[in-house]
Design a protein around this ligand. Structure first.
Ligand SMILES: [Zn+2]
Length: 366
């Protein structure tokens, strides 16, 4: 889930900054303080954060049934089945863009026992497509370009209307039809990592970046903004925190959105985790201002442009190739999904995912 740059191409921002500097320069000899426009951070938009939160609050309120807690089952079953071929459909984007997306996403399927089928027909040169009028999802993963930001639902959640209504994309690459950022390949890889079930490395229950972030403003900070309206250090050098900066432009995130996108995920066996991997493509590069002490932060570092060796191990563990491991995983999934399918209190959107996956697992182990 990356959101950067889609709304503010570098050229446009650069041209605007230059105009401001020139205007200031003409007023006198004092060197103007150049404002630099922040790139929007990647993350779910507010509506999706709210829908997911409402779903989870409701699921948590449900009592255990058939030996399982509905919230736990729904959230542990986000991985697809090992050996499953997950379909992808597009809305918008020309053939070249669709082809580039297919190629970039393929990195994951080389290491894990999971397939991505984009429905490409060599006879017509067309890819599978989805439409807002579809009464059922045209594919498990639906790619679109017309919403803000870069983000994706996580794994099977792509079929859950609490994350992505059937009439909307489950994976968004905002603005890619008009302009691609220089790191477009890494953005696609990252988003397909989510679509295949990976959470953010920087939100790892093992620690991630939580303790290193500057969440709150420094004591006494006086609200100060630059020419873009972005919060910056005040005249005494006191710094704003993450809540303040991301609450302003370009993100304008309220506190729950900040928390959902950046806070550590609760420790849970819902996640397959390894030691924090600073090279993971599922962690992205944060600007220095977000850290209490950027020089000593393990979270700081250049942008990771490709799948790391630990990412490869992760996808191979999530989707094993070894027949015995596949059968064992399918058995566990069938057991949990069957119990959930019998639990009538689980709402329809999640029941839809459960039944879809139960069918997928059963088809694979026939
Ligand atoms: Zn992400």
């Amino acid at each position: 889930m990356r959101t950067r740059a889609a709304l503010f191409p570098v050229l446009a921002a650069g041209a605007l900054a230059l105009a401001i500097v020139l205007a200031d320069s003409s007023c006198g000899s004092k060197k103007p303080r150049e404002a630099s426009r922040l790139e929007p951070l990647e993350g779910f938009p507010r509506e999706i954060v709210a829908r997911r939160a409402a779903r989870d609050t409701f699921l948590r309120s449900l009592p255990a049934a058939h030996g399982m807690q509905p919230f736990f089952v729904v959230n542990t079953q986000r991985r697809w089945a090992s050996g499953q071929v997950v379909r992808v459909a597009f809305r918008g984007g020309d053939l070249q863009l669709r082809h580039d997306i297919e190629n970039a996403a393929a990195g994951w399927t080389l290491s894990g026992n999971i397939g991505l089928d984009f429905g490409y027909q060599s006879s017509t040169g067309n890819y599978r497509e989805w439409s807002p009028g579809d009464s059922a999802p045209a594919a498990e993963i639906r790619v679109g370009f017309d919403l803000n930001g870069y983000w994706s639902c996580v794994g099977t959640e792509s079929l859950d209307t609490a994350c992505a209504p059937t009439s909307q994309q489950s994976l968004n690459l905002g603005g890619f039809e008009q302009w691609r950022p220089p790191d477009w390949r890494a953005v696609i890889t990252h988003e397909f990592g989510h679509a295949l079930g990976f959470e953010h490395e920087h939100q790892s229950p093992q620690g991630g970046c939580e303790a290193e972030f500057r969440w709150d403003k420094e004591p006494g900070y006086v609200s100060t903004t630059d020419s873009y309206g972005q919060f910056v250090p005040d005249n005494s050098g006191r710094k704003p925190g993450i809540y303040t900066v991301l609450g302003g432009p370009p993100n304008r995130w309220e506190r729950p959105t900040v928390d959902a996108n950046l806070r550590r995920l609760p420790p849970s066996s819902a996640f397959e985790t390894s030691a924090f991997d600073p090279k993971s493509v599922m962690k992205y590069s944060f600007p220095d201002w977000m850290f209490l002490n950027p020089l000593t932060s393990q979270c700081r570092g250049p942008e990771n442009l490709d799948i790391s060796s630990l990412d490869r191990e992760g996808v191979a563990r999530l989707y094993p190739r070894n027949p015995a491991d596949m059968v064992a995983l399918a058995g566990r999934q069938t057991h949990a999904l069957s119990a959930a399918a019998k639990t009538e209190t689980i709402p329809d959107p999640q029941q839809f995912v459960i039944r879809h996956q139960l069918d997928a697992v059963r088809a694979l182990v026939k």
